[in-house]
Write a protein of this length. Structure first.
Length: 188
């Protein structure tokens, strides 16, 4: 299913996108520069990502506390209130001790990668008679190995690992936006 904004045909939407090819390239270049900056400053990028997560958790905590008082007569009042307080406390903790928060997030990331990889390996074994099951197995093995490598380097790698993940994501996103913009330009 293809998305088209209301009131535009698919052809009009395509023409509109193609006319904006330069913006996609500009965005890609900006993302590449931000990714290169993050790559050159991994610790700073790690702390920045922890602070951003802290802000999100504080806002989510306030929203849940407000929601708790909106549904005060409901049996879940204490659940919403405690949940909001925990979110807010975790957000403030991220600002109070970003290095420890980064270590906690890195450990969580490693464990989640291992769990995700093991689940993909298990899924691939269930799909074994089907063609292509090996790709899912390979993905699971790679994800599990990355999680194990992250875990073996913990807690020392928590000073730079989140920044590295952010830098790689920004660089890949930047390259994809540039390639998309160039493809739009070629399709004019």
């Amino acid at each position: 299913m293809t998305y088209t904004p209301p009131g535009l045909s698919l052809e009009q939407w395509g023409a509109e996108l193609r006319s904006k090819w330069g913006w996609f390239i500009a965005l890609g270049v900006a993302l590449l520069f931000m990714g290169a900056f993050a790559f050159a400053n991994l610790f700073t990028a790690t702390v920045a990502s922890v602070y951003l997560l802290g802000i999100v958790m504080i806002v989510a905590g306030f929203a849940q506390i407000i929601n708790a008082f909106q549904v005060r007569r409901w049996d879940g009042f204490l659940f919403w209130l405690l949940s909001g307080l925990l979110y807010g406390a975790a957000g403030f903790f991220a600002f109070y001790n970003p290095v420890l928060a980064a270590a906690t997030l890195t450990l969580f990331l490693a464990v989640m990668l291992i769990a995700s990889g093991v689940m993909r390996i298990w899924s691939s074994l269930q799909l074994r008679p089907e063609s292509g099951w090996g790709w899912i197995m390979a993905s699971g093995v790679l994800t599990t190995l990355v999680g194990i490598i992250f875990l073996l380097g913990w807690p020392v790698n928590s000073l730079w690992l989140l920044g590295l993940v952010l830098a790689i994501d920004l660089i890949f996103h930047g390259v994809s936006e540039i390639l998309f913009g160039l493809a739009l330009k070629a399709g004019r």
